[in-house]
Design a protein around this ligand. Structure first.
Ligand code: PRP
Length: 211
């Protein structure tokens, strides 16, 4: 049986450009990746490696199931989804932070009513408020979470903040930083054993070219 190429699941969107930049720095041929059109599986750096473009949550699913050996995904998604895989490197890009934000000037911690929090990250939100011993109601939102307090659906949001522009332009402000976030390299647990040499070679090159 011919062994399939080493397969890397790459989070499309925000992390894509920096990952391609890293691959180019390493010296991998990224032409197919840069001119991908609507293709989702692309060769990179020769015949023994390919990239799969996927949404962040799916990167984790593919790596956990072993259909991809390696993944590039944000720490935010890793924290939210958990899962069984090795997290082996901080890639140093895709830097942002988790924060609790509210409408500017609102007294979030005042009063006795149970507060409602909108978020794309219910598990992180639950853990954060549990660690404070605070009971909150969590509403899961799929995107542009900033809308929820503006529409009075929630008292606050837990979301990732990068430049802070989205909050600022919508009259919201951070009242508490939760933790920093950046892109990580993850590896399937079985691949780590069966393709050790190939993965070590790849990781070594990544480590030499980050930062
Ligand atoms: C993220 C996040 C904020 C925004 C923060 O959303 O949920 O809305 O980026 O970035 P900023 O601090 O630089 O303004 P994303 O763009 O990923 O879109 P989504 O909310 O539709 O998922």
């Amino acid at each position: 049986m011919t062994e399939r190429p080493l397969r890397i699941a790459l989070t499309k969107g925000r992390l894509e450009k920096d990952t391609v930049g890293l691959f180019e720095k390493i010296g991998y041929d990224c032409e197919a990746l840069k001119n991908k059109g609507r293709k989702l599986i692309l060769p990179v750096g020769g015949a023994d490696m390919e990239v799969v473009l996927a949404k962040a949550n799916d990167v984790i699913t593919y790596v956990e199931h072993g259909v991809c050996d390696i993944g590039v995904v944000g720490k935010d998604t890793i924290m939210e989804m958990q899962g069984k895989f090795f997290e082996i490197a901080d890639l140093g890009f895709g830097k942002c932070r988790f924060a609790l934000a509210v409408k500017k000037g609102s007294a979030f911690y005042g009063g006795y009513s149970v507060k409602t929090i909108a978020t794309k990250y219910p598990n992180i939100t639950r853990n954060f408020f549990e660690s404070k011993g605070m009971d909150v109601e969590i509403v899961k939102i799929e995107g542009s979470v900033e809308l929820a307090p503006l529409l009075d659906l929630s008292d606050g949001i837990v979301d990732i903040v990068e430049t802070g522009t989205t909050l600022k332009e919508n009259g919201l402000e951070v009242i508490e930083e939760i933790c920093p976030v950046s892109a990580r390299l993850i590896v399937n647990m079985v691949s780590m054993k069966l393709r050790r040499a190939q993965i070590d070679e790849f990781t070594q090159k990544v480590r030499e070219n980050i930062g």
